[in-house]
Every structure is written in C-alpha cells, then in structure tokens.
Design a binder for this molecule. Structure first.
Ligand code: DON
Length: 305
C-alpha cells in the first residue's frame, strides 16, 4: 500500500502547481505549493502514508463536520433540523445572495459558511471561550492527538479580513436565527478554522466517521452511529461545496475540503483518508488532492456508487 501511495503521489504531483494558494486570507498564501501528503487509516488498524503527511496546516472548512457533530450531540437531531437545511446550495462556500429579507432556515447548509457560523451558536458552554475549548477538545479526541492547537497568525488574519463572514453572521442575527453576540460567535468560527492539523489527524477523524463513531484503538463511542450517518450523508452531497456533484462522480466518497489545502475523506466501514496539497481549484478545493483521491478511489474500488 505504501508503494501505491508513493506512486500515486508522484503521478499527481504535476497538479500541485496548477492550483492557486488561497490569498483572501493573507496568512494562507504563505503555504508551500509543493507540499503534498497523504495518510490512510484502515479498519484493520493499519496505517499508511507518503509525502508531507506530517506537515501542519489549518483545518479551515474541514471543521464544519465537527461543528455539525457537536451541534447534534449538544442538542438533538430534531432540534438541529429545525434550524438548518440539508440540501446542497450549488453556490460558493461564502455565498451571500439571499434575495428574501428573512433567510429561510431550510436554505442554510451546515457545510457552507453561513451554516457553520450558525453551528457555532449551537455548541453549548457557559462562556464563549468554553464553547471553543470544547470544540478543540473534541477535535483532539477524534484525531487522537492532544497536541492539536490553533495557528494564532491565521486566526488573526481571518479575524482581520473576514468581513464577508461578518456580513453572514449579522444576516443570521437580523433574521432571528442566532441570538448570541455576533462578534463572539465569529470569534469561535475564526478560531475553529485556524485549528492546526496534519494529514494523519484528518485520516484519524475520517476513520471515526467511517467506523460509525467509534474510536480507533479503544472502540470508545465518540458519537453515535446515527450522527455518523447524518454527517457522512451531508459530506457525500455537500462536502466539496459547489463541486460536490462532480466529486461524487469522480471519487464517490463522503469528504470535506478546506481552503488550507486539506481534504478529509471517509470510506464507510473501510478507512479514513487525509490529504494535503494547498494549491486550490476555482471552487476552493485542493486540486491535486482531488486528483489523488480520484486515483485512489479507482485503484481501491472505494466509490460508494
Ligand atoms: O470562512 C472562511 O473564509 C475560511 N476560514 C474557511 C472557508 C473554507 O475553508 C472554505 N473552503 N474551501
């Protein structure tokens, strides 16, 4: 398997430079476009990796499925369904083109920014700080890595430049969908996007989603199988933004991308996959990462369809 990963990485390497680094958050443009890594965690407990699998990068939108999991766990599925929709938007991740004065809850998808900001307000905690700390602790637990931290430079860069996210959050507040202090909720969101991970961390998180919510080593229930199904279904239909349909055809797995260049993919019952290559396509997905997943899916017969 390791040989296969090395070979596919080399075959897909030329795609890394065809992508573009995210520059709308200035700190992200400092990434090295040549970095390319992959990590696989199999259901039999074996792990395989190649390339820059231990390079750290910010999780960005890959935190969205974790935000959704926490919202489901802290509340109930029924409660969450009352406030968010589950249909693909077909629009970019930061779209703001709502024509009605009030936003319809059914149109808010948790895998795009407006939905993720709303999820931040559904996480429980006595203080805003406690809410974020619980999210960070949950991320560490799923990844099995207590060292996971926040990239302060990226966080400050997000906070300084995140005016579109601010607009989305105020839209939520003005429509009565969130009740919290807008800047505090945004702070949770900006910090959440700036959590620093590796391919291994993403593969481990993907593994738990593939394993019906049970942890790798201990088999501990980290979330219910019902919540795993909910999140995997959303990832399969909406995880790659307005590129989700194309990705379903090419790769056929639940997955989530982030503008930091990471992709977490879930092969239900089989494996968790983490990929890193920061060159992005026009939709904000890792270009070489998708290429690699396409090849991997074809070679290992991973597509669910
Ligand atoms: O909200 C933002 O702009 C980013 N911090 C996260 C968005 C993201 O990763 C979109 N992804 N492809």
């Amino acid at each position: 398997m390791e040989e296969l990963l090395e070979r596919l990485l080399e075959e897909c390497r030329s795609y890394t430079r065809l992508g573009k680094l995210a520059d709308y958050i200035p700190e992200l443009s400092k990434a090295d476009i040549n970095d390319f890594g992959v990590y696989l965690v199999n259901s039999d407990g074996k792990e395989f990796y190649a390339g820059d699998f231990d390079k750290k990068f910010t999780i960005q939108s890959i935190i969205k499925p974790l935000l959704l999991l926490m919202a489901l766990m802290d509340n109930t599925t029924e409660y969450v369904r009352q406030y968010i929709g589950v249909e693909a938007t077909g629009k970019p991740f930061n779209a703001i083109d709502y024509s009605e004065q009030l936003i319809l809850k059914e149109h808010i998808n948790p895998m795009v920014n407006i939905g993720a900001i709303e999820m931040c307000s559904m996480i429980h905690g006595e203080t805003y700080e406690e809410r974020f700390d619980r999210l960070l602790a949950f991320t560490r637990k799923l990844a099995g890595n207590p060292e996971i931290d926040v990239d302060e430079a990226v966080y400050l860069s997000e906070k300084r430049t995140g005016n579109k996210n601010r607009a989305l959050a105020y839209l939520l507040k003005s429509s009565g969908i969130i009740d919290d202090d807008v800047e505090e909720i945004l702070d949770i969101y900006f910090r959440a996007c700036s959590i620093r991970v590796t391919c291994k961390d993403l593969a481990n998180i993907g593994f738990v989603l593939a394993n019906h919510g049970r942890g790798k080593k201990t088999g501990e229930v980290l979330f219910s199988g019902r919540h795993a199904r909910f999140v995997n279904a959303i990832l399969a239909t909406c995880g790659m933004y307005d590129g989700s349909g194309d990705f379903a055809i090419k790769v056929g797995l639940p997955a989530k991308s982030g503008v930091g260049g990471g992709i977490m993919a879930v092969s239900p019952t089989r494996m968790g996959i983490g990929i890193y290559s920061p060159g992005l396509d026009k939709k904000g997905n890792s270009l070489a990462g998708i290429q690699m997943l396409e090849q991997l899916s074809e070679t290992l017969y991973l597509s669910m369809f």
